[in-house]
Design a protein around this ligand. Structure first.
Ligand code: SF4
Length: 373
């Protein structure tokens, strides 16, 4: 398929840059703990996780202390796909999900019998904010001939309208299979990931015009300069980044794929274009490798974003303790929405369980210049 057949949905709530509207979005910073205060809170959390039968599941982008705590207490640090799998299969009666709201909702949809808590219920995502469920319903209704594939970074109410949910770990493999079956795709909400998958698979995809405010900030011109400074570094780029940045990558992949590339790669230096929260786990797993943050702005810019998601940063130790002591931050999903959203998530989990070969090939397919499996 030629690029001119790639269509983009003209979402009415766009800002002047053409992005879906996050003008009203805000975030807050959790209390910063240090020294004996921090040690006391961590000790209390560990005790209560055990006493109250709670598993802590954390995303790679949250604070390193929380990632360490999850691993030390038998929980998990992972990407969205593994978080969903882990939460569903773990025998604990309760979950604390340290990440952003759609991750807590997904855990609740999959495990309605468990109580699911989040350190801060206001932690959201620009992709979720930029894809309103009622607007999405109109988009869908206008294209009834298309299979609806939504990224995990959407509300339960949007997932309730989808045929498939995908994460960046499995999106390529699933769209590839749908394309082989002759299906036309309606994709939401990330336009960069959608464009990348369309390019890799040749699928007929109609794209919602959303973007991640973190990955959208990576700059190709500055990355080029950094690559000249580190000519032997391997460049890892998350596919939520703009095309010009993806085009410079040696490996394009999900957070898990990027970590794997560092751990297994022969290079000693890596430039990493994703939320910098990932560097904590990456460095733990590959302590002798040099990790370099990809640039989000250049010398000429008047301001510089920090490559760190403001909503992931809302997860703090005190918030976790509040979940455990006061049952604060509990996630609820209306039952009709939960039931409607469940099938697209289970379809993805079944696919990834039943087609590990396709998933592995698609992960290789994310390697630039090799193409989709
Ligand atoms: S990093 Fe981007 S995609 Fe991830 S939660 Fe934050 S805004 Fe959403």
């Amino acid at each position: 398929m030629s690029s001119d057949t790639l269509l983009a949905f003209d979402y009415p709530q766009q800002d002047s840059a053409g992005l879906t509207c996050t003008a009203q979005a805000w975030a807050k910073t959790p209390p910063h703990l240090e020294g004996t205060d921090k040690a006391a809170v961590i000790a209390r959390i560990k005790q209560l996780l055990l006493e109250k039968d709670v598993a802590l599941v954390a995303h790679y982008y949250v604070d390193g202390d929380i990632q360490d705590l999850a691993l030390e207490t038998g929980g998990m640090v992972a990407d969205s796909l593994e978080m969903a799998r882990f939460g569903k299969s773990h025998p604990a009666k309760n979950l604390i999900v340290a990440g952003v709201r759609f991750m807590g909702e997904t855990a609740k949809i999959l495990s309605p019998e468990k109580r699911v808590f989040m350190p801060d219920l206001d932690a959201t995502c620009s992709l979720d904010l930029g894809c309103d469920a009622s607007d999405f319903a109109k988009f869908r209704a206008a294209h009834p001939d298309r299979v609806v594939v939504v990224y995990a970074n959407t509300s339960a109410a949007v997932k309730a309208q989808a045929d498939w949910m995908v994460t960046s770990s499995c999106a390529l493999a699933i769209v590839h299979q749908l394309n082989l079956a002759g299906k036309k795709i309606l994709w939401a909400p990330d336009r960069h990931l959608g464009r990348y998958i369309q390019e890799q698979t040749g699928a007929d995809m109609l794209l919602w015009n959303g973007a991640c405010i973190v990955h959208d900030e990576f700059k190709a011109v500055e990355l080029d300069l950094l690559m000249a400074q580190y000519p032997n570094a391997m460049v890892l780029v998350h596919p939520e980044s703009p095309q010009a940045v993806v085009d410079l990558a040696d490996v394009v992949g999900s957070t898990s794929a990027m970590i794997k590339a560092v751990v297994e790669g022969s290079a000693t230096e890596y430039i990493v274009a994703t939320d910098k929260g990932i560097l904590h786990r990456m460095q733990q797993l590959a302590p002798h490798k040099k990790l370099i943050e990809a640039p989000t702005a250049g010398n000429s810019a008047t301001c510089k974003s920090c490559a760190h998601c403001p909503w992931m940063a809302m997860n703090g130790l005190q918030g976790i303790l509040d979940c455990l002591e006061n049952a604060s931050g509990e996630i609820f999903v209306d039952e009709p929405i939960r039931v409607a959203a469940l099938s697209c998530i289970e379809r993805m989990l079944d696919f990834t369980k039943n087609h590990p070969d396709l998933l592995a090939k698609a992960q290789h397919g994310f390697v630039k210049n090799i193409g989709a499996a």
